[in-house]
Design a protein around this ligand. Structure first.
Ligand code: HSE
Length: 344
């Protein structure tokens, strides 16, 4: 048990940042994650001394929930994309992850969790995962719990149930550990293998201006086949192994050769208008491979070096434009994992 009255805390407020991420990378459904420096979510955890939501620092952009149902975790949402995120702790990825730590460590006290939501939610950029990742890292530091990195990933993954409806580790593992992460979810205690990405690996994301359903990941998981043929498994297994070999050998071309996915992507691509046009256009412009980012609808191009990034971004805009869709393009690189940015 961690009793706040007895526990000498060195800080009363800790802020952590955690990066966006792309999951799957083609054949690695639920087992590959790559942290990317496109966006960061920030989470500040404070020990609660008041439940008054009307304190003077509150801008109209911030929302609260302070009811008893969320006790002892009170969620406050700020940032560009705060609006659609639930304030009830058990429905919020950061809140749910913190509640799990509180329960497992039998922690007494109550806390404010202030999420600055910079990663667009519902677009396959690891948004819910980053909030959960930053939350567990900040909470661990605030309470001096010394939770191991793999356990931080496991706690953060609990938060994913709030948005995906089920537990998956790929985005949270990347967001906490940084770089490329291979998840082994099936041992009794899941394992996370970090590999440093090649320095010349760059990515271009195209985030289409689509209205995404609430709980989009849960929705995008429901379209997946329950059974697949052994031939398809062998094909994807071979490609997944090629992706891992590419990361180990620091060979972007090899990573890209493995990105082809013949199981999940064919089942999901109808959810992304002009998917084939975007891919063809980006490959023409010099991308090594193009796939769905996580559960979509963003698409990600794998690129070696920086020379073609702008041309590839333009080509992805052209591809979506063929379906009269605009998109935001982001040129980025692999990122480090979650980090503490402020202690008070
Ligand atoms: N592996 C997950 C999925 C990632 O594809 O459903 C969700 O971001």
């Amino acid at each position: 048990m961690v009793n706040m009255a007895k526990h000498q805390l060195t800080s009363h407020s800790v802020t952590a940042a955690a990066p966006s991420s792309t999951a799957n990378l083609g054949p690695g459904f639920d087992i590959f994650g790559l942290a990317v420096d496109a966006f960061d979510d920030f989470v500040t955890i404070e020990r609660s001394t008041t439940t008054n939501p009307n304190h003077s620092n509150v801008s109209s952009q911030e929302r609260f929930r302070t009811d008893e149902a969320s006790f002892p975790v009170r969620i406050e949402m700020t940032g560009q994309y705060h609006e659609s995120i639930p304030l009830e702790a058990s429905k919020n990825s950061a809140g749910l992850a913190i509640q799990k730590i509180i329960k497992d460590f039998d922690i007494k006290g109550s806390f404010s969790v202030i999420v600055k939501k910079n990663i667009p939610p519902g677009f396959g950029m690891g948004s819910s995962a980053a909030s959960a990742a930053a939350a567990v890292v900040a909470f661990d530091t605030l309470l001096d719990l010394h939770i191991s990195k793999p356990d931080l990933v496991r706690f953060a993954a609990e938060g994913e149930k709030a948005s995906a409806g089920s537990l998956h580790y790929d985005n949270v593992a990347a967001s906490i550990l940084g770089g490329f992460v291979l998840v082994r979810p099936f041992p009794t205690i899941p394992e996370f293998i970090h590999i440093e990405p090649p320095k010349d690996l760059h990515l271009v994301f195209a985030i289409p201006s689509l209205k995404v359903p609430a709980k989009k990941t849960e929705f995008a998981r429901k379209v997946l086949p329950e059974n697949v043929s052994l031939g398809h498994v062998v094909h994807n297994l071979s490609n997944a192994a090629t992706v891992v070999a590419g990361f180990v050998l620091k060979d972007v071309n090899m990573i890209a050769r493995g990105v082809e996915d013949i199981i999940v992507e064919p089942a999901r691509k109808h959810l992304i208008p002009c998917f084939d046009n975007v891919r063809a256009s980006a490959l023409d412009a010099g991308a090594f491979a193009v796939t769905i980012s996580g559960a979509g609808p963003s698409m990600v191009a794998i690129v070696s070096g920086e020379d073609r990034l702008e041309a590839i971004a333009n080509s992805m805009r052209t591809g979506f434009g063929q379906c009269e869709l605009t998109c935001t393009t982001i040129k980025c690189s692999p990122s480090k994992g979650a980090r503490i940015v402020c202690k008070k």
